[in-house]
Design a protein. Structure first.
Length: 90
């Protein structure tokens, strides 16, 4: 089974997560199929906190990938940001 989950990177007390598609049996930070974006919970100033390729997320969900609860919340937030920026551009 394929899952969409976070892979932790960064250093001690400075987490940085890649949003990845991986086999459920692979390790948390191990082999992955595709990287879909990132989440930086300690972003400061003008640093980007969240970037997600929503088209690829939708594709993977359509072929049966199961996102984790945290990834579901992050994708929902990314969709709201995308809708807000599209409305501001119009």
């Amino acid at each position: 089974m394929v899952t969409i989950r976070l892979a932790r990177h960064g250093s001690k007390k400075n987490p940085f997560y890649h949003i990845t598609v991986a086999e459920r049996s692979a390790g948390r930070d191990g082999r992955f199929v595709e990287r879909l974006g990132f989440y930086n919970p300690v972003a400061k100033g003008k640093e980007e906190e969240l970037r997600v390729n929503l088209e690829r997320v939708q594709y993977w969900i359509s072929v049966g990938a199961q996102p984790t609860d945290k990834v579901k919340r992050l994708v929902t937030r990314a969709r709201k940001q995308a809708a807000g920026s599209a409305a501001a551009a119009a």
